[in-house]
Design a protein around this ligand. Sequence first.
Ligand code: PAF
Length: 287
Amino acid sequence: MRIITSAAAMQKLALQWKRTGVKIGFVPTMGYLHAGHLSLVKRARQAVGKNGKVVVSIYVNPTQFAPTEDLSKYPRDLKRDLKLCREAGADAVFTPGDAEMYPGKTEGNYSTYVIEENLGCVMEGASRPMHFRGVTTVVAKLFNLVLPDVSVFGQKDFQQAAIIQRMVKDLNFPLKIVVAPTLRERDGLAMSSRNKYLAGDLRRQATVLWCAIQIAKSIVEKSKSVSAADLKVDLKKLIEIEPDAKLDYVEFFNPETLQPVAQVKRGTQMALAVFVGKTRLIDNSQL
Ligand code: PAF
């Protein structure tokens, strides 16, 4: 497995592969890998076959963090990540530093960003302004360096996947996006690098996101159509029974357009963000 830290070297290798007709599968990550990420690597391998090449990027992208969000505390363990990538059968890991990804930024000489102007305005985009600008920018840059035929994203970041799909279509990136299912712990908690922060009872309380989804599902199964506003009030109460849980948002929306719906039915998408202690967790599901 190759470990590449330079943007130029990554692009050169990808161009070499391309010239010989090798298919490239790509999984962008911020590291601190878990089984969910490894399932994306497997999916990328499936897409490009044994003669293809699978690239994993590990880069904690500063432009998608707000100054109030503690970028420096984001969990990192590169040695372990590299071992996991090797075991998962990746051909290359691209792990650039900030100077490679945003050359000239500290001197004020970096000024180009990619902005999706519609799907990113609600939910995560409303709670974390500038977040998706950072995501689309870094993903566009990574696509230009890794030149993938297929790139795999997790369904756990539902809105992110929708925005990336829109960006690929709008900006004519010549690649296919695959969205792979969320992996969960036994008690339903969606796998996330941030789960590492959930010490002691917070880990138990974190299952409240999955509980809220299950309850919404059962309500929708029983009655054909429910008012989104009423359901939001009920779920907020349910979530905040947990002493350290605070609802950021719960939204019900059309999975294609991400537009909120007034009436929740089968097939409506639900997404929520909850602070459990200081850790902000997200989850989503189709109802
Ligand atoms: O989902 C993530 O881990 C990040 O948002 C991504 C896609 C790697 C971009 O930094």
